[in-house]
Design a protein around this ligand. Structure first.
Ligand code: GRF
Length: 197
């Protein structure tokens, strides 16, 4: 998993694995920030952690190659981004084709990029939500795996709306990982299609 901060989605995956509702092993948590609270969550769960600070690398390619090498050294099959505040470049995308997931706090393709909850409030939508998608070279633009709607209330602040969305995120991310690991799915162009059980 790749994180940069709080790590509540990481926690949701840790909890799902512990509860055996998700059959997976979280091999490594990499953060680009040494003070990310998510690192403590990983350590508390006995998961190996690593800080790879993008500022110590001379290029995006070098940084992505370093991340890819650490993940491949642990035979990782799926890479989950959760609040990882760096763009993923070609070196990492090529190392894990169609095997990098991200969670985003809006119903994509609405409100990509940063401050998605603020964007939704400013636009005045009545429904926003959360999306888990495959990562491609396009920011928040890859094939959509699962989505969940969340109502926007007239008196919402960014914090209140974010908290409501986060509840759905924590349910959605383990579900998305389960779907992808079960491999009962295929890509048709940019459509992520689930196969019958
Ligand atoms: C989440 O809202 C996620 O959708 C977005 O960044 C936030 C990360 O939160 N990409 P956390 O670090 O998982 O608590």
């Amino acid at each position: 998993m790749l994180i940069s901060g709080r790590g509540s989605n990481l926690q949701a995956l840790i909890d799902a694995v512990a509860a055996k509702t998700l059959q997976a092993h979280i091999a490594l948590v990499i953060s680009n920030k040494a003070d990310a609270a998510g690192l403590d969550r990983a350590r508390a769960a006995g998961i190996e952690t690593m800080v790879l600070d993008h500022r110590s690398f001379s290029s995006r390619d070098d940084y992505d190659t370093a991340i890819a090498q650490e993940l491949q050294a642990r035979s990782v099959s799926l890479v989950c981004l959760a609040g990882f505040m760096r763009l993923v470049g070609p070196r990492l995308l090529e190392a894990f084709p169609n095997a990098i997931l991200n969670i985003h706090p809006s119903l994509l393709p609405a409100f990509p990029g940063v401050n998605a909850q603020r964007q939704a409030l400013d636009h005045g939508v009545k429904i926003t939500g959360a999306t888990v998608h495959l990562v491609t070279g396009e920011l928040d633009g890859g094939p959509i795996i699962v989505q969940a709607p969340v109502p926007v209330r007239d008196d919402d602040t960014v914090d209140v709306l974010s908290a409501r969305i986060l509840i759905e995120e924590h349910r959605l991310y383990p579900e998305a990982v389960r779907i992808v690991l079960d491999a009962r799915c295929r890509l048709e162009g940019r459509r992520f299609v689930r196969l019958p059980e």
